[in-house]
Design a protein around this ligand. Structure first.
Ligand code: APR
Length: 233
């Protein structure tokens, strides 16, 4: 029975594509207050500030290219006999740009817009502004389709089911600081998965992993993928 692999990715896998991480030195949370730009309260208080923050990141993300880490994961999905699911905390579209198809965006996506009156979703324009009318209901209640702090991440039931079935759980480029993603390694381990951390440096959850490889994602991810694919030959 081919194995199933669940891969959690964080900002670190996109760092070498030029997109900022959050908690590294000079990361996004060193430049902006989370409560101002990544909470529903911040959006209600100053929607223009929040749109400007995501507009800048949306344009930067559109101009960024996937790196060898993203491409290696797309190659794994294409060449692995079992299921490969990427659960990403990232809101950039670089996994899809690299060719990955089985991707869940648990924190939403910069390239989606949401109406919080009628829950309509559509591809976000390059720039969004306060009071943009919803294309479906016309209400001026549109927002980036991003999961903010205090909101429920997307696809949690599907993620839990995948973790319960996983033979291998890999965490790439995440600090292990934010829940529920930081608990996925414990869930996978509880169901008997082999757990792997691929990161620039040990994360807060490093002790929970059976196997660790440290270095830039463009090096450690292709190396790990090559080993995993060779195991199936
Ligand atoms: N290669 C691999 N790992 C890297 C690289 C790299 N080139 N550069 C940085 N890293 C690692 C850092 O060592 C760190 O462990 O990536 C991790 C980035 O951690 P964070 O900045 O905390 O980002 P992330 O874990 O994705 O944050 C989780 O927090 O603010 C919320 O919603 C936001 O999705 C985000 C969540």
């Amino acid at each position: 029975m081919p194995q199933s692999i669940v891969i959690l990715t964080g900002a670190g896998i996109s760092a070498e594509s030029g997109l900022g991480t959050f908690r590294d030195e000079n990361g996004l949370w060193a430049q902006h207050r989370i409560e101002d730009v990544a909470t529903p309260e911040g959006f209600a208080r100053n929607p223009k500030l929040v749109h400007d923050f995501y507009n800048a990141r949306r344009i930067q993300s559109s101009e960024a290219e996937p790196n060898a880490g993203h491409h290696a994961l797309a190659e794994l999905e294409a060449n692995y006999p079992g299921e490969v699911l990427i659960v990403t905390q990232n809101v950039d579209g670089l996994h899809e740009k690299a060719g990955s198809q089985n991707v869940l965006h648990m924190h939403g996506t910069l390239h989606g817009a949401l109406c919080h009156s009628c829950n309509h979703r559509w591809p976000a324009p390059p720039e969004m502004a306060p009071n943009d009318p919803c294309p479906a209901c016309g209400a001026p209640t549109t927002r980036p389709d991003i999961v903010w702090f205090g909101e429920m991440p997307y696809d949690m039931e599907r993620i839990s089911n995948a973790l319960a079935r996983a033979d291998v759980f890999v965490s790439i480029g995440t600090s292990g600081e934010v829940y529920p993603a930081a608990n996925f390694v414990n869930e996978a381990d509880m169901f008997g998965a082999h757990t792997v951390e691929l990161n620039l440096e040990p994360s807060s959850s490093v002790s929970r992993f059976a196997e660790t490889h440290f270095g830039p994602a463009t090096q450690v991810v292709p190396q790990w993928v090559a080993t995993e694919i060779s195991r199936t030959k």
